[in-house]
Structure formats: C-alpha cells, structure tokens
Design a binder for this molecule. Structure first.
Ligand code: FES
Ligand code: FES
Length: 183
C-alpha cells in the first residue's frame, strides 16, 4: 500500500515550533549574545556548541549522568545537557573558553592540569575543570574527600581521578599563594 505523507502532522509540528520559538539574550563568558527565534527548551549545551561555536563543552550522556557538559551558572557547576536555555535568564554562563584571562593566561586549574598532565583521551576534562572551578570558588582549600565528593558526578572513563585530585590541590595552593601575594 502506498505510504501517504503525514502532511497534517508535519504542519502541526511546524506551527507549534513557530508558536513556541522566542528571542533570548544569553550572557556567556562576559559577552551578551542575542538569540533570535530559538526554542526555549533547547538544552544550553547545544546553544553553546551549535549556535555560539563554543565546542569546549562536550556531549557525553545527555541525561545528567557523566558531567562532560559541565559549565558554570553564576559560578555554580551545572549540567548544560539538560538545562533549558530559557532557564538561564540573567545568569552568567562560564564555559571552559572563559576561564583564561582576556590576554590568554590560563587560570590556576588549567595550569595545574597541564603541568600534571592530567588528561588522557581528554574528552571529560573540560567538564572536570569546570566542576573543580565551581568547588574552589566556594571552598578554596578542599580536603581530598571534599574534592572527591564535589567531583563525584564527573565521570572519567580513562580513570584520571588521582591526577584530577592532585591538580585541584595544586591549583588551590597556587590560588592561596597568589592571594597572599606569593609566587
Ligand atoms: S552530557 Fe551532560 S551529564 Fe553527560
Ligand atoms: S580523560 Fe578520557 S574520559 Fe577522562
């Protein structure tokens, strides 16, 4: 039997999409971006990657289970794969691209990650660094257990956890030294 295209269904989908799309302003890494006609339910991850070209934030599971998509929302670790873009509101989004200074100097965590050669395949690491950044903003000198607890929802299939913990402690020490005017 000949297949009849579901024209009515397609029409309904298009009408519904047009009816729900909206324009938004999104603050990311210190800049405000206008997003015309975007589905407000679009996960923040896809806006960052596909619309803004910030591909440092990764897609892993899509269901808030791996942490590859971690960004900061007003400084707090957030899984962008399940976070609707419209829910960002006036909050400031920070991605891995926004951690270095405007002159390109890496922050303490990024330096420690490089110095200690933390990454293996690297896929999870931007999410790991963002989770660590969130931790150090509220707990500048965390114990091992506090690091493990804060990073528990960021999975590394290559098993780099011990180097991650060491890098977080190294960065914390550097930040504290900087705050005291040290080297
Ligand atoms: S991709 Fe978001 S938690 Fe896995
Ligand atoms: S470095 Fe490969 S998944 Fe973490």
């Amino acid at each position: 039997m000949e297949q009849v295209p579901d024209v009515l269904g397609y029409h309904k989908t298009v009408v519904s999409k047009i009816a729900h799309d909206m324009s938004l302003n999104l603050k990311v890494n210190g800049a405000t971006h206008s997003l015309p006609e975007i589905d407000p339910q679009t996960p923040l991850l896809w806006v960052l990657r596909d619309t803004l070209g910030l591909v440092g934030t990764k897609y892993g599971c899509g269901i808030s289970q791996c942490g590859a998509c971690t960004v900061l929302l007003d400084g707090k670790s957030t899984k962008s794969c399940i976070f609707p873009v419209a829910s960002v509101g006036d909050s400031e989004v920070t991605t891995i691209e926004g951690l270095a200074s405007p002159s390109g100097e890496l922050n303490a965590l990024q330096k420690a990650w490089v110095d200690l050669d933390v990454a293996q395949c690297g896929y999870c690491q931007s999410g790991q660094i963002m989770a660590a950044e969130s931790l150090l903003r509220t707990n500048p000198n965390p114990e091992d257990e506090e690091i493990d607890s804060a990073m528990a929802s960021n999975i590394c299939r290559c098993g780099t956890y011990l180097r991650i913990r060491q890098a977080v402690k190294t960065a914390a020490k550097q930040n504290l030294s900087d705050d005291m005017g040290g080297e």
